[in-house]
Design a protein around this ligand. Structure first.
Ligand SMILES: NC(=O)c1ccc[n+]([C@@H]2O[C@H](COP(=O)([O-])OP(=O)(O)OC[C@H]3O[C@@H](n4cnc5c(N)ncnc54)[C@H](O)[C@@H]3O)[C@@H](O)[C@H]2O)c1
Length: 426
């Protein structure tokens, strides 16, 4: 007989929020005893103000700041390994990530494998990797996000594309969580609008998926406290953060994407990203994310504006939201009231809605926001077709970390239908 979980864990994140806070990066690094740090960023951001400001602040506190600008947009096993090698050779006593989720996740991996050397699959989620727990505490990592955003400054998760598998996977352990996130609205001023849209949909889906995830008490109990997953299922504390994040996105996203000079909307989106990070970082995400991993990993020729043009890529938030309408239509019956609450948070009047329409209503709200912000019309618009469905299903099935907290148990047949329904959305 299955024993169900009886408790959940809430790991709080330490956050500094406000315009100009990047100038306190040095103060924070010193507070954590750092004298020589690896500043992890990507080639575009290394030329922009957020990195210059963080490095100047570190230097003003006498901290040796060595910039590594080799983070890849949408990291791979090889790009993680390059950062790990740099970290191992560098003898650092701390890490500062300045960038989007790609740079923050790269810094988490560099910190982990330089501190506890192992082959890359050792700490990667089972069954793709061996899922070994992180052996102990890591060096301090300070995260300065420049997108709004993954919420990676609040989570113990690092995601990368395992190229030989053709799908993303990750490392999830609370020891990876940054010691502090410096969340500064001035750092998102230069965001291209497509990056603002894709990262904004990541925030929205973090909120929607964590709020509708299988409740923690319906999940199989962990074998031991050490093995309790970071993605525990929806719980009363995460609910508060996720719900508020969805409201903030619904109210601000179109303005933030279409008018980067709208300081208020950009600030609210960045705050929403952090709220959603605290929510999903302790509850988890489910099928929109699970299905996104092969959508990103099996990219053909697609490469949207605003992103590096040297290689094809499907930005993370886009790969997630393209599946969202089909997923919520299907999960609506598992928890109609939770799906209705999400539609209400997105501005719908739900008073006279029949609970059997809850999934459809939420799908329509998401599609409305996609159309208002220039998202492609489904997976077919980014190069996928019927011939790809089986491979997309095979890339989703091993993503147990997220599929296990789907509000409805999912199998290959259900995934096949969900991918087919995601090909064209309107
Ligand atoms: N660890 C987590 O909890 C978590 C959660 C969600 C997503 N992720 C991962 O994060 C990655 C995506 O991160 P992201 O969406 O933040 O984008 P990103 O880090 O991939 O950046 C996207 C592009 O925007 C550029 N950019 C970023 N900030 C900019 C700025 N302020 N001005 C100008 N250009 C800027 C970058 O140089 C890059 O070219 C994916 O790999 C995804 O899987 C991680």
């Amino acid at each position: 007989m299955t024993t169900l979980e009886t408790g959940f864990t809430m790991d709080a994140s330490s956050i500094k929020f406000g315009p100009g806070m990047t100038h306190e990066t040095g103060f924070e690094a010193k507070r954590f005893g750092c004298s020589r740090v690896m500043v992890v960023t990507d080639p575009r951001l290394s030329k922009l103000e957020p990195v210059a400001n963080a490095v100047a602040s570190l230097k003003s506190e006498g901290i040796d700041a060595v910039v590594f600008d080799g983070s890849r947009t949408e990291p791979t096993d090889a790009s993680f390994q390059a950062a790990i090698d740099f970290a191992r050779d560098g003898d650092f006593d701390g890490y500062v990530a300045v960038g989007g989720g790609s740079s923050i996740d790269t810094a988490k991996a560099a910190n982990l494998y330089a501190t506890y050397p192992a082959d890359l699959l050792a700490y990667v989620n089972a069954p793709i990797g061996r899922g070994e727990p992180v052996p102990g505490p890591l060096k301090p990592l300070i995260a300065v996000p420049t997108t709004a955003g993954t919420g990676s400054e609040t989570t113990g998760v690092a995601i990368f594309d395992l190229v030989e598998m053709g799908a993303k996977t990750g490392i999830a352990h609370r020891a990876l969580r940054p010691v502090v996130g410096i969340v500064d609205p001035e750092n998102t001023r230069s965001l291209p609008s497509m990056v603002a849209a894709c990262s904004g949909f990541d925030v929205l889906c973090h909120g929607l998926e964590s709020y509708t995830a299988l409740p923690f008490a319906d999940r199989e109990a962990a074998e031991s406290p050490e093995m309790r997953p970071s993605y525990q299922g929806s719980n009363p504390i995460s609910d508060v953060w996720s719900l508020r994040a969805v409201e903030m996105v619904a109210q601000n996203m179109v303005r933030a994407v279409t008018d980067p000079s709208d300081e208020e909307a950009r600030t609210q989106m960045l705050l929403a990203a952090t709220f959603a990070g605290v929510g999903f970082g302790n509850a988890g995400v489910h099928l929109c994310h699970g299905m996104s991993y092969p959508v990103s990993g099996r990219v053909k020729e697609f490469c949207p504006d605003g992103y590096p043009q040297d290689e094809p890529l499907v930005p993370h938030g886009m790969s997630v939201v393209l599946n969202a309408p089909a997923v919520f239509r299907w999960t609506g019956s598992a928890s109609p009231h939770r799906h209705l609450r999400m539609s209400e948070a997105m501005g719908a009047d739900v008073r006279d809605v029949d609970p059997s329409d809850a999934g459809d209503l939420l799908a329509e709200r998401v599609i409305g926001l996609m159309r208002a912000t220039g998202m492609p019309n489904g997976l077919s618009a980014i190069g996928y077709g019927e011939d790809d469905v089986d491979a997309l299903v095979q890339g989703t099935l091993p993503q147990h970390r997220v599929t296990k907290i789907s509000p409805r148990p999912v199998d290959a047949d259900a995934l096949r239908e969900l991918f087919r329904a995601s090909m064209t959305l309107w």
